[in-house]
Ligand binder design. Structure first.
Ligand SMILES: *Cc1c(COP(=O)(O)O)cnc(C)c1O
Length: 406
């Protein structure tokens, strides 16, 4: 055994209690998912695709119900026609919001790709349709309840929450925190929609935001919820009245959720949900192992290891662009696909900064698969996430250590 391998074993043994906790959560969520499969009597015929209009596509309809049940929601849309997390969030917002509505975003500026959906003139943004966003920043990793209370006087129609950190150093919000927010909003007379960007948060805890009072949750299927198998797509789950409105936006107001075919079939979507609790646990364990090892080597990283993680991402801070890029390149080199590539930062659509992204993945750009990314600018933070297997995470760490300690 090399010194680095010994060091990794030491890190693993320090994490054994955390790992146990993660496995228990995965076990709980596996039961939840299997109960949903049982409730909806999933059978092989649901995997079949349809063509054309897709009237009566049982696979599509049952898939929406299945995700809704797994997330403790009334209704759901799960579709390969939701092209990404950003697209799913966009369809959901345009479905719910109307001219002159105010949205109160209580987690500061939302994720980079959403900013160009919200504001800017001429591109068909929400601003173009007369919808205004107001912001309250988080304070010390929690909601600024006083500021929120003041803003409620402006009568917002929707309150927007981003669970995961995005390209920020703050930790993800727990469902407990989101639950406290929901109670607070209702106690203060808010009757509108509590909307949560749930990207990277699915199955990390035993509950989802819809189980603690949120009305709508949205996420990408090439992150947690697709279990590493869904080839593309997104989900939107929540209260039936909102999901119906959103369905009319996904297709057309006159047809809603009664059309939409997918000739390829839905097996990977069903199987992906089945796998998701386990896959998320693999990613969480990989994240903790890398966090422990990098921390021991003096690299500041978050969430801190004495806290229970609330999403699968890990932010690791480097003191130079070169070290950050080397780290990200090594994640790519440890990947099964395109492992021979040296990543370069590029103008990724929807981002203002140049982004470097390691995603040597089977599904293009999937970040439930082992991946790392970030804007190349001070304070040089690489956001690491995913790993379909813990062994892959561990292998990548071995390579990263060999490179960093050389
Ligand atoms: C990834 C992510 C998105 C956007 O998802 P894409 O699939 O990349 O468009 C939105 N919000 C958060 C918090 C994310 O992590």
């Amino acid at each position: 055994m090399t010194d680095n391998e010994k060091f990794i074993e030491e890190c693993e043994s320090k994490l054994s209690e955390k790992f146990k906790e993660i496995e228990n959560i995965a076990h709980f969520n596996q039961k939840k998912v299997l109960n949903a499969f049982s409730e909806h009597r999933v059978a092989a015929r649901h995997f079949n695709g349809t063509t054309g209009y897709g009237y009566g596509d049982e696979g599509r309809d049952t898939l929406g119900k299945l995700y809704a049940s797994a997330f403790g929601a009334e209704s759901g849309i799960v579709s390969p026609h939701l092209l990404s997390g950003t697209h799913s969030l966009t369809v959901a917002l345009f479905g719910i919001l109307r001219p002159n509505d105010i949205v109160l975003c209580v987690t500061g500026q939302p994720y980079d790709t959403l900013r160009g959906v919200i504001s800017g003139k001429g591109d068909g943004t929400l601003e173009d349709f007369g919808i205004t966003f107001r912001y309250c920043d988080l304070i010390d990793g929690d909601f600024d309840f006083e500021a929120i209370k003041e803003r409620l006087a402006e009568k917002p129609k929707t309150v927007y929450v981003q669970r995961s950190r995005g390209y920020e150093l703050r930790d993800a919000l727990s469902c407990e925190q989101i639950g406290v927010l929901c109670d607070f909003l209702r106690k203060n007379g808010f009757k509108g929609c509590i909307f949560v960007d749930n990207c990277y948060g699915e199955f990390v805890e035993t509950r989802e935001p819809t189980e603690v009072g949120a009305d709508v949750i949205v996420g990408s299927l090439i992150k947690n919820a697709g279990g590493g198998l869904a080839p593309t797509g997104g989900y939107i789950c929540g209260k039936e009245k909102y999901i119906n409105l959103i369905g009319k936006r996904l297709t057309a107001p006159s047809i809603g959720l009664e059309v939409g075919s997918y000739a390829y079939g839905y097996q990977y979507y069903y199987q992906g949900l089945f796998m998701a609790p386990h896959t998320v646990a693999q990613a969480l364990k990989s994240s903790l192992l890398i966090g422990m090892a990098m921390g021991e080597l003096g690299y500041e990283n978050y969430p801190s290891l004495d806290k229970t993680p609330h999403d699968i991402t890990r932010a690791i801070k480097f003191d130079s662009a070169e070290k950050m890029i080397n780290f990200i390149r090594e994640v790519q080199h440890a990947s099964p696909v395109d492992g021979f590539v040296d990543c370069e930062a590029w103008d990724m659509p929807g981002y203002d900064d140049k982004i470097i992204m390691a995603a040597g993945t089977f599904v293009g750009g999937s970040s439930i698969e082992l991946s790392a990314d970030g804007p190349v600018k001070p304070p040089y933070i690489a956001y690491f996430q995913g790993g379909l297997t813990y062994e892959h995470g561990k292998y990548a760490l071995t390579r990263i250590l060999n490179k960093l300690l050389k």
